[in-house]
Write a protein that binds this ligand. Structure first.
Ligand code: CA
Length: 232
């Protein structure tokens, strides 16, 4: 059975719409486009997309408003596409439930990778019992981390932090999302405790903590862990 994955592209820029549509249709996706926000919201309901690509700068209502409306009734993966480089806006969108973002200009390869990651996460909330990428392996059942086959010892908080990122590997998690997940909603907004713990984790798992291979900093936004290579 070959049911095409349905993509709703909410974007008013014609050249981007044409480029993305050509690329996605060439890869076997079915694409529908809305050039306005309200049209996007109504197509999100009637077209039943498997994934939505959403521009933030739309002519009628803001992309953030479109996201809020869609999120009030749907968990469909939403990837923000935006020319805007303002980190704060991406953070707002991610905290409102966007799955990821991609910044214009972007290439086909990057777009496809983001779509695959978001679709995979809706089907498997956790990557099975094992995370594996390069020389790092996390066994969630045994609560064991190995780097080049040797066990790595993390504190309780470091372990929670690393497994949260590993369970969402390939996706960016915002600082506030991580803070809330690990320390709870009553922690103040100072990310210092998060940075300290991340520095400790990097010292333990990265060959060169200044040039990480496993946990990447998305400046002003959060962290993204290298995608799990271990597919079941
Ligand atoms: Ca636009």
């Amino acid at each position: 059975m070959t049911t095409k994955v349905k993509v709703l592209l909410i974007e008013d820029d014609k050249s981007i719409t044409s480029f993305v549509t050509t690329a996605l249709e060439g890869s076997g996706y079915k694409v529908t486009n809305a050039s306005k926000g309200r049209e996007g919201v109504s197509l999100a309901a009637s077209f039943c997309p498997d994934i939505i690509l959403l521009d933030l700068g739309l002519p009628d209502i803001d992309g953030i408003e479109v996201l809020k409306q869609i999120r009030s009734w749907s968990n469909v993966p939403v990837i923000i596409i935006s020319a805007r480089t303002k980190e704060q806006e991406k953070v707002i969108a991610l905290d409102l439930g966007a799955d990821d973002y991609i910044t214009k200009p972007f290439g086909t390869g990057e777009l496809m990778a983001r779509i695959r990651t978001s679709l995979r996460h809706i089907h498997t909330k956790t990557p099975g019992h094992i995370y594996r990428a390069l020389d790092l392996e996390i066994n969630f059942e045994k609560r064991m981390i190995r780097l080049e086959g040797k066990e790595v010892h993390l504190t309780q908080i470091e372990y929670q932090l690393l497994t949260l990122l590993a369970e969402n590997s390939g996706r960016v998690l915002t600082y506030s999302y991580i803070m809330n997940a690990i320390w709870g909603p009553y922690m103040d907004n100072n990310n210092q405790i998060l940075r300290v713990n991340m520095a400790n984790i990097r010292r333990k798992i990265e060959k060169n903590p200044a040039q990480p291979q496993y946990v990447f900093t998305e400046i002003g936004i959060g962290y993204r862990m290298l995608e799990n290579e271990y597919q079941i």
